[in-house]
Ligand binder design. Sequence first.
Ligand code: HEM
Length: 447
Amino acid sequence: MPPNPALPPGPKGTFLLGNLRQFTDRRIGFFQDVAREYGDLASFRFGPRRLYLASHPDLIEQVLVTDARHYIKHFGARMYSPVLGNGLVTSEGDFWLRQRRLSQPAFLKSRVLSYAPVVADLTDRFLAGWKDGDHIDVHTAFSHLTSVIALKTFFGLDDVGDREAFVAALREAFTLLSSRFARIVRPPDWLPTRENRRVKAAIAQLDKVVAHIIALGKQRGGTGDDLLARLLAARDADGSAMTDRQLRDEAMTLYLAGHETTALTLAWSWYLLSQHPAAEEKLAAEWRTVLGGRTPTADDLGRLPYTDAVLAEVMRLYPPVYLIGREATKDLELGGYRVRRGTTVFMCQAVSHRDPRYFGPDPDVFRPERWLDGLAGRIPKYAYYPFGGGPRVCIGNGFAAMEAAVVLAAVGQRYRFTLDPDAVIDVEPQITLLPKHGIPATLRCRV
Ligand code: HEM
């Protein structure tokens, strides 16, 4: 049967903006309402731009896997290309494939597990600065730790000055670019507006800092254990290596894709555990039995089922990447409807992961036990997809799982977190799912 040429059902919007205001006001709430009211495939509009929301696992699989070659990343992802360049997250086609093949060996399971001792050591050092009764913002603290871990394991960077220069330059460039996302009209990049000049200066500064990091990597002769050393040594089938520009783009991409996402997993973990003492106690019991106070090693990682269940449940309720988008490169079919070339299809983990069809009558409840009896094998693959799927699945998912489990167990054996009684915990969905007002808490020593 030919696809229905009509649009899938969806909310009414205003003439000029479409549904953009509803989206910018509530983001996840907007997607939840759209899925609930209009079903597994809905449509809406941002200004002239036509968008779909796919909420059924089969439709998500069709976009991410079956029809993957006919989709590219959506317009929002392209907005960050001044920072990310042609790195793995933003590149397309043959170029992306070549880069993915060159990078993949650095993410082999055995390589990833070899970073566990570095993660453990940096976490121990980080904890040396903590004491019982300290008041912290959990999100800020774990962003700092995962940033230190990323800069060391990705680039071999220890120097505090280099680290701070990189983080500051990146923050400036990213804040400027993020503010462009929700605008329908923005001046073209070549126009010398005040904002464009600031973006240009911020990116020039960032490029300088990254060039320095890459030069340091080359000085070490590519012999280090970090990801950069592995990218420096990587050779294509024709023997060619990555150019400096490619190295810059991949370095930036890995850092950006790889540290805040893991920091959020940890921050939301401590928040949820602080609210669920029974789950926290079970976790502590698992660590006592398996680790007995030791910082976990790579060998321990397969022996911590409750830790894995907690992390799966945290990423179900608070998926660090809560939205994925793809743009059709030709007219396609999806769920019986036509997807015109240029249409963006969104898939929202924050909606899918709370779908009662797959997560039962309590989809909003934090219950790690639900993962212990084989739930992952019973639900469709794309009912739960914190790391995306298909050819563009997260290349760092094994790294993230290792890092989160090591840090959680290393920290959790020593400290608990008591949330401030007047804390307001709310989400701020930007590219990742941030806690809007942070997660203010007091540290309590476990021993
Ligand atoms: C809990 C932590 C993490 C989460 C939830 C996460 C999530 C994701 C998701 C959903 C995608 C797919 C985006 C799309 O399809 O448009 C992705 C892609 C990617 N992630 Fe992650 N990520 C995490 C950690 C990491 C780490 C640690 C690294 C690097 C070491 C990393 C590097 C990347 C890269 C390079 C891509 C692009 C892959 C490609 O398109 O070939 N991520 N991530």
